[in-house]
Structure formats: C-alpha cells, structure tokens
Design a protein around this ligand. Structure first.
Ligand SMILES: [Zn+2]
Length: 90
C-alpha cells in the first residue's frame, strides 16, 4: 500500500493550529509567532511556531504529520489519512 505523494504534501501543509484545536488543545497566542498549550499526549508544554510550521513538546516535535502521530500513537500512513479527513476529503 502506497500513499500518494500529493496526500503527503497536503498533510505537511495542514494548518498546525487548526489541527491542534481539532484535537482539543487550548492554545494561547504568545510572542514571536508562537502558540502555546498543553500537549494532550504527554501533558508537557506544547508550542507551535506558525512562522516555521513546527511544533514541539518535551517529548516530540515536527510538522502536522508528527503531531497527529504523537497524539494518537499512530503510524505515518494513518496520520496522513487522518489529516486528509480533517480537510474534508478523506
Ligand atoms: Zn507531547
């Protein structure tokens, strides 16, 4: 089973703040393009940089795909599918 490159591309471009909010994370806007909240997976401080599109908590970090993987403890393919669903075109 292969994942279309297009789907991966789209998942990478997903809006991190939107994805986090859909996952129930309460975010506060801070300085320097950063949103902060609590990571639902490991309960440590979560920070999202909207300028770079990168997030990090104390245990993990990355882009939207890694975010969904970390939160749901799922694999890469499943994360892509979940993000595609969030766009409404699963
Ligand atoms: Zn975490």
């Amino acid at each position: 089973m292969s994942i279309p490159a297009e789907a991966i591309e789209r998942a990478r471009d997903a809006n991190l703040v939107g994805v986090a909010q859909q996952c129930g994370v309460e975010l506060k806007y801070g300085a320097a393009h950063k949103f902060t909240g609590q990571c639902p997976a490991c309960k440590t401080r979560l920070s999202i940089n909207i300028k770079t599109g990168v997030w990090s908590c104390e245990q993990a970090g990355g882009g939207p795909i890694e975010f969904v993987q970390h939160l749901d403890s799922i694999g890469f393919a499943e994360a892509i599918r979940k993000l595609a669903g969030a766009h409404g075109d699963a």
